[in-house]
Design a protein around this ligand. Structure first.
Ligand code: BDR
Ligand code: CA
Length: 312
């Protein structure tokens, strides 16, 4: 089994990711950490516990993390995910308590144990990178417990929060810059599952409505119905769920190694991921010096990942 931790701002598509990570037999979901993003941290925590309850996984520790980005004010995506962040569904909300530790402390503890046993963790951030930046600044040695980071965020092409920037990176660009700098300095392998593939794993309404027989299947159906309403289409993308598919079945994802920087100061481009697709000699002669080189997802086998999600 592959040990994983999800960092989430649940969110309809974070919920799709949580259901998959909680139920897939090849994943060992060690913990889930929460961060403000799509909605405020209280809603994120409640939604996360609710989804894990539906998945039959009340054993997974859930910790509350950063409520706001490092520097700029918090923004939300309620127009995408509903007032409560989970589509305002008619669904019983969890009242289960969270783990008493802050998200950064829970991450630190699990990664320290992983480094000791050699069972390295795949960290899957699906939200603004605030918690991960705080972790790597506070406890850089936590990198020793990491196998890799596979994050949803950024885009080589167009953005969604703005024309230039993707929502998770745009919400906390400084955090994203810190995580990429840490990846370079500490030698952490990173994959960017960005908007270039994010919308391509689609579950149709017919497929979703054929799911039944368990609370997780029923919730999965409702999530797709909400996503399809939002995008006014005959189905919905599982969004963040695709990044979890990429960890389970990496061969369904096409990636290329590129240097990536985060734009921190543009008037219209703040939060953009600058993916350097130039040739090697231009990259080597870049006057700003080396950037973090990471794997960038450029294409996905959407049908295969949708089937993986449905089957799970
Ligand atoms: C990302 O932003 C959030 O709204 C989604 O949950 C996803 O993580 C897509 O830009
Ligand atoms: Ca998310």
């Amino acid at each position: 089994m592959k040990p994983v931790i999800l960092d989430v701002d649940t969110g309809l598509d974070d919920a799709c990711a949580l259901l998959l990570a909680a139920r897939h037999p090849e994943l060992d979901l060690k913990a889930v950490t929460c961060v403000g993003g799509n909605v405020g941290i209280d809603d994120v925590v409640r939604n996360t516990l609710t989804v894990l309850d539906a998945a039959g996984r009340p054993d997974v520790p859930v910790a509350r993390g950063a409520a706001v980005p490092l520097i700029q004010p918090v923004r939300s995506a309620r127009h995408v995910h509903g007032e409560d962040g989970l589509g305002d569904l008619d669904w019983p909300r969890s009242t289960r308590p969270t783990d008493p530790r802050h998200a950064v402390e829970l991450l630190h503890d699990v990664l320290r144990d992983a480094a000791a046993t050699g069972e390295l963790i795949t960290l899957i951030p699906l939200a603004p990178l605030t918690n991960i930046a705080l972790l790597l600044r506070t406890y850089p040695e936590a990198a020793r417990g990491l196998r890799e980071i596979v994050f949803m965020g950024g885009a080589a092409g167009i953005g969604n929060a703005t024309a230039a920037a993707e929502f998770n990176i745009w919400t906390d660009p400084e955090a994203a810059a810190i995580v990429l700098a840490a990846a370079k300095d500490l030698g952490i392998a990173v994959t960017m599952y960005g908007l270039d593939v994010f919308y391509d794993v689609v579950v149709t309404l017919d497929q979703a409505r054929a799911l039944s027989g368990s609370p997780s299947a029923e919730l999965a159906c409702k999530l797709i119905e909400k996503r399809s309403e939002r995008y006014q289409s005959d189905g919905g993308s599982i969004g963040d769920g695709g990044a979890v598919c990429a960890v389970i079945d990496p061969s369904g994802l096409t990636t290329q190694q590129y240097p990536v920087r985060i734009e921190l100061s543009g008037s219209w481009s703040r939060g953009r991921t600058i993916v350097d697709t130039r040739g090697a000699s231009d990259v080597a002669n870049d006057l700003q010096g080396p950037a973090a080189t990471i794997r960038v997802a450029t294409a996905v086998d959407g049908k295969r990942y949708a089937e993986l999600w449905l089957a799970t």
